[in-house]
Design a protein around this ligand. Structure first.
Ligand code: MIG
Length: 690
C-alpha cells in the first residue's frame, strides 16, 4: 500500500511512473514537525535500511546523511554525501514501512545522530512528495517502491563478464596489450573500459586520431577477441571554437545558463566547459543523438562520469579567489588567516555556492540548479537511454553512471565512484550493494581493487573474490596509482581461478539478476530480508544473500586466514579452489570460523536450493549456458526457475526464457523448457572434514 502526501508545490522530477494507492494530507507513522521536517521515534531494536549509495552500514542508524550529489573520492565514514542521492529508507521494527521522498534538492536524514533513537528527515524546502509504503515483508515494500518508480535497467549479457579499466590506457596498443595478456594467461575478459584518454583533449564524442586511429576497425578487432569497448562520456563540453558539439550546444542554447542568460562556464578536465542542460528535453535529445558516432562503430557500452556535476572551479569563484589571494600576500599569515587562506584555495572545488550560479530550462520554467541538483546525473543517463531506444531499439546498451537519484535506475547501472584501495572500502562496497538494490540499482559494483591509492595483491584478491558476485565486475584504478591488472601480481593462477568462477556461476548470476529485475525484486539482500524472524540475522553487516540460493561471506580484512560466518540455517559450504568439482560440506545453523585461503572463494547454498553452473569460458559469448551442471543442497527436493535469453535483444518477457529444473534427493535432475538445455549434477567430491 502506497500513500502519497504532497507538500507545497513540488518540482516534478519524473522519478515516479507508477501510482500511489491513496493520497493523504498527513503522513502515517511519521510525525510532522513542520511542513519540511518529519520525525519518527525508533524502537531500540528497529533497523533502518536504505539510502542506496551512502557511507556506513547496511543498518543506517547512528549517522546523519545528506542527499546532495558530490564528487568526493575521500569518502571516509565521517562524510555525509556521496555521488548519489537515493532518498528511500525502510524502517523495520515494531512498525514496518518504507519512506520515499521524491525531491530534487537537499534532504538530511538524521538517523539517530542528534538523538540516538530519533529519525528526522529534513527537506530543505517545503515542496516535495512523500510516499509511505507498507507491506507485510521487507521485500514486498521494495517491490512496491519499484512499481512506483519503474523497472530496473537491464544491460547486455556480456556486461556481466569481467571488465578491465584504468584511467591512463593511452592508446589502442595499450588496450591491445590488456586484451592479449588476458587471453595469453587464460584470464577471462569481456569489456575494456576506455577512460578520458581516448578522447581528443577530453572532448566528448571525439576520438583521438593519434591514439586510436581507425576506431571502427579497432572495435572489430576487439570483437574478434570477444571483447567490447566501453568509452566514458563526461558531463562538461569543452569550450573550443570549431568543436562541433560545443558550437551546436551554444548556438541552440542547450547549455546551462547564468541568470543573465550567458552560458555558465566551469573548469573540469578539458579546462573551461559548458554543461548541457540535461533537464531540457530538447538538449537531452540533442546530446543523446551524439552517441550515434559510437553505435555506428559497433560500440554498445558507455559510462557517464562527472555528472554530479563535478566542478573544479566556476569562473566566478576563481576570480574571487584570485582577487583575494593578493590581499593575503601582504599579510602575516598567522594561525587564523593562514587557514582561512588555505581553505579558500582548497574549497575552490566542491564549492556548493557554484550550484547557485546556473539555471535550467524545464519546459517554460527556469529553475536554478541547486533546486534540482540531484537530477543532473539522472537526466544525463536518460539522454543516452532515450537515444538508444530510438537508435538501437532492439539492442541493449551497457550504461553506468557515477551520479544518480532514484529514477536513474530505469536507464542505467551505477558504479560507486572513486573509492580507495582500502580494506574499509571493500567492506563499504559489500554493505552498499543491498542498499543500492533496494533503491533499484541492480546493475552495480565498485571499482575492484580500489580506484585511488595503491592496492596490494591480497586486497585485490579478496576484492575480486567479492566481485565474482557483483553484477558489474570491473577492475578500475586511477592514473599514477600502482597498476592492478591481474597479471601485475605474483599469484596469476589464483586470480585466474577467481575470474573463472565468475564465468562458471554466470548462468545463476544472470538468471537471478534477470528475475530480480523482472519481478521488481533484489539480487543482493541483507540476511534479514530472507530470515525475518531471526534476531541474529538482523545484525549481520558483512554477509549477503545473492539471489535465492546463495549466501556469501566475503573476507575483507588483511592477513585474515578466514572469518566467522553466521548461518541463519543449515547450509552447504562450497569451496572454490580452482578445482571444478568444488569441495562441499554441510554446516549447521549458527556461528562458525571458516578458513578461507587467499586464492579461494567460498559461498553457501541454502537447503533445497540449486545453483546452475556452466563450465566457464573466456568471455560470455563463449560460455555455454545450455549444458549446465547443478550445485545442490537437497534435503527433500528443489525446484529452480532458470532464466536465460540471448542477452542482446529486449524481448525480456518471453516465456520461452524460463526453464524449470527439478531435483529430488538421490534423484536425477529434470528440466522443463521450450529450449534445448541439459542439466546434470556436478559430481561431488566426498565431504571433507574441516
Ligand atoms: O576526477 O576520467 O570516477 O572513474 O577514472 C576524475 C577520470 C575523473 C572520475 C571517475 C573515474 C575516472 C576519472 N574521473
Amino acid at each position: 500500500m502506497i500513500t502519497k502526501i504532497k507538500y507545497g508545490t513540488p518540482i516534478e522530477t519524473g522519478t515516479v511512473v507508477g501510482k500511489a494507492d491513496a493520497e493523504a494530507d498527513r503522513p502515517i507513522f511519521l510525525t510532522q514537525v513542520c511542513n519540511f521536517i518529519l520525525s519518527y521515534r525508533l524502537g531500540q531494536k528497529d533497523v533502518v535500511y536504505g539510502l542506496g549509495e551512502a557511507v556506513r552500514g547496511i543498518n543506517k542508524r547512528g549517522w546523519r546523511y545528506t542527499s546532495s550529489n558530490i564528487n568526493d573520492s575521500l569518502h571516509t565514514e565521517d562524510k555525509q554525501s556521496l555521488y548519489a542521492a537515493h532518498n528511500f529508507i525502510l524502517v523495520d521494527g515494531a512498525e514496518r514501512f518504507g519512506v520515499f521522498v521524491d525531491y530534487a534538492g537537499t534532504i538530511t536524514w538524521d538517523i539517530g545522530y542528534s538523538d540516538l533513537n530519533l529519525l528526522t528527515i529534513s527537506v530543505d524546502r517545503p515542496d516535495f512528495y512523500l510516499y509511505i509504503i507498507t507491506a507485510p515483508t521487507e521485500s514486498q515494500i521494495i517491490c512496491e517502491l519499484r512499481q512506483l518508480t519503474g523497472r530496473s535497467y537491464i544491460p547486455p549479457k556480456w556486461a556481466f563478464g569481467y571488465g578491465q579499466s584504468r584511467w591512463s590506457y593511452m592508446n589502442a596498443d595499450e588496450v591491445r596489450t590488456v586484451v592479449k595478456k588476458h587471453r595469453e594467461l587464460g584470464l577471462p575478459l569481456d569489456v575494456v573500459w576506455l577512460d578520458i584518454d581516448y578522447m581528443e583533449n577530453y572532448k566528448d564524442f571525439s576520438i583521438s586520431e593519434a591514439a586510436f586511429p581507425n576506431m571502427k576497425e579497432f572495435v572489430d578487432e576487439m570483437r574478434r577477441e570477444g571483447v567490447h569497448l566501453a568509452p566514458v562520456i563526461d558531463a562538461g563540453v569543452k569550450i573550443e571554437d570549431g568543436y562541433d558539439i560545443y558550437e551546436e550546444g551554444k548556438n541552440n542554447g542547450y547549455f546551462c545558463k547564468r541568470a543573465d542568460e550567458s552560458d555558465f562556464v566551469a573548469g573540469v578536465w578539458p579546462g573551461r566547459v559548458c554543461f548541457p542542460d540535461f533537464l531540457n528535453e530538447e538538449a537531452r535529445e540533442w546530446f543523446g543523438s551524439k552517441y550515434k558516432l559510437f553505435l555506428d562503430m559497433g560500440i554498445y557500452g558507455f559510462w557517464n562520469d562527472m555528472n554530479e556535476p563535478a566542478i573544479f572551479y566556476s569562473e566566478e569563484n576563481l576570480e574571487e579567489v584570485f582577487n583575494k589571494i593578493s590581499e593575503y600576500r601582504s599579510k602575516n599569515l598567522d594561525i587564523y588567516t593562514f587557514f582561512t587562506f588555505k581553505n579558500m584555495v582548497s574549497n575552490i572545488s566542491r564549492h556548493a555556492e557554484d550550484y547557485e550560479l546556473f539555471w535550467h530550462e524545464c519546459g517554460d520554467e527556469k529553475i536554478r540548479h541547486d533546486k534540482v541538483h540531484n537530477l543532473f546525473g539522472y537526466n544525463m543517463v536518460r539522454a543516452a537511454a532515450d537515444a538508444f531506444d530510438k537508435m538501437a531499439e532492439d539492442k541493449r546498451v551497457l550504461l553506468i553512471s557515477r551520479s544518480s537519484c532514484i529514477g536513474a535506475h530505469r536507464y542505467s547501472g551505477v558504479w560507486t565512484g572513486d573509492n580507495y584501495s582500502w580494506w574499509s572500502h571493500l567492506l563499504l562496497n559489500i554493505r552498499m550493494m543491498p542498499s543500492l538494490n533496494m533503491c533499484g540499482f541492480l546493475f552495480s559494483g565498485g571499482d575492484i581493487g580500489g580506484f585511488s591509492g595503491n592496492t596490494t595483491e591480497d586486497l585485490m584478491m579478496r576484492w575480486l573474490a567479492f566481485g565474482v558476485f557483483t553484477p558489474l565486475m570491473r577492475n578500475h584504478s586511477a592514473m599514477a596509482t600502482r597498476r592492478q591488472e591481474l597479471w601485475e601480481f605474483s599469484q596469476t593462477e589464483g586470480f585466474r581461478n577467481i575470474v573463472r568462477l565468475r564465468y562458471i556461476l554466470l548462468p545463476y548470476i544472470y538468471s537471478e539478476f534477470m528475475k530480480a529485475v523482472l519481478n521488481d525484486g533484489m539480487y543482493f539482500k541483507p540476511l534479514s530480508f530472507d530470515y525475518p524472524d531471526d534476531e541474529d540475522a538482523r545484525t549481520v553487516e558483512d554477509e549477503l544473500m545473492v539471489g535465492e540460493s546463495i549466501l556469501i561471506a566475503p573476507v575483507y580484512e588483511q592477513n585474515a586466514t578466514g572469518r566467522y560466518v553466521y548461518l541463519p540455517e543449515e547450509m552447504l559450504l562450497v569451496r572454490w579452489t580452482g578445482d571444478v568439482s568444488m569441495s562441499r560440506r554441510v554446516y549447521e545453523k549458527g556461528r562458525h570460523y571458516i578458513h578461507v585461503a587467499l586464492d579461494e572463494v567460498i559461498f553457501f547454498i541454502r537447503p533445497d536450493h540449486l545453483v546452475p553452473v556452466s563450465r566457464g569460458g573466456d568471455c560470455v559469448e563463449r560460455t555455454d549456458f545450455n549444458h549446465l551442471m547443478l550445485l545442490e543442497f537437497i534435503k527433500h527436493k528443489a525446484v529452480y526457475e532458470l532464466y536465460d535469453d540471448d542477452g542482446e535483444t529486449r524481448d525480456y518477457q518471453n516465456p520461452a526464457h524460463y526453464a524449470t529444473i527439478y531435483l529430488e534427493k538421490d534423484g536425477e535432475p529434470t528440466v522443463s523448457a521450450t529450449r534445448a538445455i541439459t542439466v546434470e549434477r556436478l559430481a561431488e567430491p566426498s565431504y571433507r572434514p574441516k
